[in-house]
Write a protein of this length. Structure first.
Length: 139
């Protein structure tokens, strides 16, 4: 069995955003030479997420509205975590809802997706450098 590891780097200029990273994951697959196996993609920060869904702007807007209703950023004083001087408690909660990582089957050198599925990086506390791990194992 072979393995391949790569980190994708992000510095999103806004506090929150959803970025389609499917093409970047596919580049990692091509670099790996692995044709059959599994692809793990995970956010390496506790205020960001990786998830699979449709690449449709209305849906992304709906995610943002839904998450902001569940865990609004302001007032920041509503969260005990922010008593430490941080202002990102909401980002931790949003990440917990959207998930840390995805695992996708790799078949014939391609992500084994259903219709419309894409991989996204969800940023909930941007404006600084963050990483996403892509780990591919297989033959």
């Amino acid at each position: 069995m072979k393995s391949h590891r790569k980190e994708l780097l992000f510095n999103i200029p806004k506090r929150r955003a959803f970025v389609n990273i499917t093409d970047q994951v596919n580049e990692c697959i091509q670099e790996s030479g692995i044709r059959e196996g599994l692809v793990l993609v995970n956010a390496m920060h506790i205020s960001a997420s990786v998830f699979i869904n449709d690449d449709e702007s209305g849906l992304h807007h709906d995610f943002d509205v839904f998450l902001e209703q569940l865990a609004p950023h302001e007032p920041v004083a509503q969260y005990r975590h922010n008593d430490t001087g941080e202002d990102n408690a909401d980002a931790h909660i949003k990440r917990q809802i959207m998930g840390r990582e995805v695992v996708v089957a790799l078949t014939h050198g391609r992500l084994d997706f259903g219709p419309w599925e894409q991989i996204f990086y969800g940023e909930f506390d941007g404006r600084r450098a963050k990483r996403v791990l892509v780990k591919i194992i297989g033959e």
